[in-house]
Design a protein. Sequence first.
Length: 398
Amino acid sequence: MTVVGSDTERLARADNTEPLLVVKDLKTHFQIDAGLVKAVDGVSLEIERGKTLGIVGESGSGKTVLSRSIMRLNIANNVINTGSIMYDGEELITKSSKQMQKLWGVEMAMVFQDPMTSLNPVVRVGRQLTEHLRYHLGVGKPEARSTAIELLRSVKIPEPESRIDNYPHEMSGGMRQRVCIAIALACGPKMLFADEPTTALDVTVQHQILNLLATQQRDRFMTMIMVTHDLGVVAGRADEIAVMYAGKIAEKAPTGTLFSDMRHPYTQALLWSIPKVSQPKHTRLSAIAGRPPDLINPPMGCSFSPRCPYAQDKCREEEPPLVAGSTPGHQFACWYPVGSKENEEAYAKNLADGVAVTLAAEGKIRATEELTAEVIADIAELDDSVIDVSDSVDEGDS
């Protein structure tokens, strides 16, 4: 049997050049009393082996539902799934939960948002680790325990020989998240979904967790989909970024291209929302005007038009298709893309007409240009240096 995470397994994965995941026109709708919720509405994407895709958007944009739909975790009587999910040449959309059990853990795994609720509070972490190993790999108790200790050590948990017998409540938030990562990696999956893996963690621990995921992905040559609401989290850690809004992809591009040549107003608005260290104290945080749309009764045309500073009548009447940009791999859905002459004219018209959303955006354009330059510089710095993956648990996180 090939050792999980061994050089042989890693090289075997690297030799295959076919995309690991190809999603076409995926839709996930929930039938509830109020109507049909179109949580994911026609998403298409693909990701190569060993690469990281960042999925970014506000709460309610469909990020988590998309990742759960790909893993086939959203299977219920009131859920309607259509489209195609080709994973390693195998169609998943027609598989039942029982059929997917053979793939969960071994082929694909997920690190959930809240480790306190994803871990069983009345079961020791060692048992929660070993049950996956025993079920999928068929190893005995002694070997499973030994492997579990090594997994805890690999995710930088101190004294794993004793920590393996702890209950989740006996660990800090950062350590619980490390345990969740160890559980997800236990059977050596080819694909890892990280669903807001740093939620509720302090900044220092967030950095450690992100570095931990990066080194585990590199060592195992895993494909990773990282779900987050923060563009800054994926700026230097994803090969490609997909920005989601109202269950659809608004813009998708290689990371550097997205920041240097963003075309969708929603992507620009997300960048506006990033706080800047250089700002004076007590500077008001920039928020996106309005609220996300009702997914049962979405607005006509572009879903972002009610909140967009450039929106025109065409935006409110016709839904823009996803079109290719000038850079390979860059796609966006906008009638008046950022940086175009049409965009400038639309902005000037709305400004002259006193459109509230446009007036609220006045003064942010220059700030966006400065912040974009800072982010691009940070990405270049990360690319030129080796990420320090030797982060140990801080004294306060032990």
